[in-house]
Write a protein that binds this ligand. Structure first.
Ligand code: E4P
Length: 216
């Protein structure tokens, strides 16, 4: 399973990259706004900066919601760097746009996916990635990881090539569960990635080894 970091914060992207386990980045309008990125020139510059740090796919989300504008915006985003993947919402014009991008050699990430039916549509349109939001599903008292498992089974049975990018990750446990049920990629906040490091027995064991090492 690949690890993407789910942020537009350059320091966090650098930290995850320096850990040596980072395969890519996902952003969304909320994450970009959080970093104070405003206006077309600043958006382009920020994606260039991210692509400088990470040698892997970087999802850049369109802000448009009608077919023509999604295509225009997506073409501009894709032109920033070969690693840019155009992130398109799961709406009717979004699906049409994903098909257009697929036919024109531009890779897409279909976002805001909350059901297996939507995931099938994204795959049929040729999305490179589909992003089910598991944390937001959990928030509604449904099991987000179960959706990942269902999509993994369908994609495997049907031979769909779209990669399952588990999004809206809230914990290290989410990452483990997504790996268990066959997600191709997990996009995670830095805290969840670092959470994978933690085990109290590791800390206790290391303290004991360091104590005993003084006797060596
Ligand atoms: C990433 O592609 C998604 O936009 C992101 O994971 C959503 O996360 P959230 O539900 O924590 O906002």
């Amino acid at each position: 399973m690949k690890f993407f970091i789910d942020t537009a914060n350059l320091a966090q992207i650098q930290e995850a990259h320096d850990l040596g386990v980072l395969d890519g980045v996902t952003t969304n309008p909320s994450l970009m706004a959080k970093e104070g990125i405003k206006g077309e020139a600043a958006i382009i510059k920020h994606y260039e900066d991210i692509c400088e740090i990470v040698d892997g796919d970087v999802s850049a989300e369109v802000l448009s919601t009608d077919f023509k504008s999604i295509i225009e915006e997506g073409k501009k985003l894709a032109a920033i760097h070969p690693n840019i993947v155009v992130k398109v919402p799961m709406i009717k014009d979004g699906v049409k746009a994903i098909k257009w991008f697929t036919d024109n050699g531009i890779r897409t990430n279909c976002t805001l996916v909350f059901s297996a039916g939507q995931a099938i549509l994204a795959a049929k349109a040729g999305a490179a990635y589909v992003s089910p939001f598991i944390g937001r599903i959990d928030d509604t008292n449904w099991d987000g990881v179960e959706l990942i498992a269902q999509i993994a089974q369908i994609y495997s049975l049907q031979g769909y090539k779209t990669e399952i990018l588990a999004a809206s990750i809230r914990s290290a446990l989410h990452i483990v569960k997504c790996a268990e049920v066959g997600a191709d990629v997990c996009t995670c906040p830095l805290d969840s990635i670092l959470g994978l490091l933690k085990h109290p027995l590791t800390d206790i064991g290391l303290a004991k080894f360091l104590e005993d090492a003084k006797k060596m």
